[in-house]
Design a protein around this ligand. Sequence first.
Ligand code: A2P
Length: 279
Amino acid sequence: KIPEILLNSGHKMPVIGFGCAANSIPPLDEMISILLKAMEIGYRHFDTASLYGSEEALGKAVAKALEIGLIKNRDELFITSKLWITHTHPDLVLPALKQTLKTMGLEYLDLYLIHWPLRIKEGADPVKLEEGDALPFDMIVNQVEMNVNWQQRKLVPFCKAKGIHVCAWSPLGASGTIWGSNAVLENQVLKDIAASRNKTIAQVALRWIYEKGVTLIVKSFNEERMKQNLQIFYWELSKEEKDQILCIPQHRGPVGRGDLFIVKNGPIKSVEELWDGDI
Ligand code: A2P
């Protein structure tokens, strides 16, 4: 069983989540099979978004899992979806959530995230939500890009001090996707550690996040890699290995920078401003 952490809401969340975003989501039946395979392997936490085009498949996979007895109750699963930036206006939040629940055929989500802290109207420039106020509401989970190449050295302790749980997206650098790169899986420090420990590079990358007390969303639609990505328990990185990882030069991934939200004459003038200088 995958370990769980306790959120400040009192709910528990499995430390590894299954990412349901891809360059292109496979056809419905194939995607449902992938998700059922993931549940069979042991994944209990699934992360989708209205943007990803996988909400319907995930909802149908949950129904099928209940039908065939793979799980007995809905509450054995932790399901996350996200509000897209076209619907972050207060009047549009509830309708968007209702639409997500309808698409998924679910009565509730375990976590509903604001996909980006921005709002956009078609044809208009993006607006940063609650400009200048870093914490406009009681935050439970802050899901951010985090991996050995972007270690979130300021944000993780900041959130910890506030009781906010940090969850990492792109823990493997989203290699092979249009928004990621192979920079994590090709990292020489990780390669050397993996070789000396008889682990894969992915396992070292994921274990490093886990040891930071951060949960992670990892995506693989391949059965062998799905299994591999759960094998990060019962071993640990040494102090020397962690020191080597600390020396890796830092940069955000291409889409994680949010350059697409910097619009001429728009309210957000630079990526530095978008990230309050943490870039
Ligand atoms: P695939 O689905 O073919 O396994 P991230 O979780 O950082 O978003 O990265 C996801 C990308 O990394 C996907 O392209 C996925 O491809 C690939 N991937 C996932 N797990 C592994 C692994 N254990 N080894 C190598 N590549 C992996």
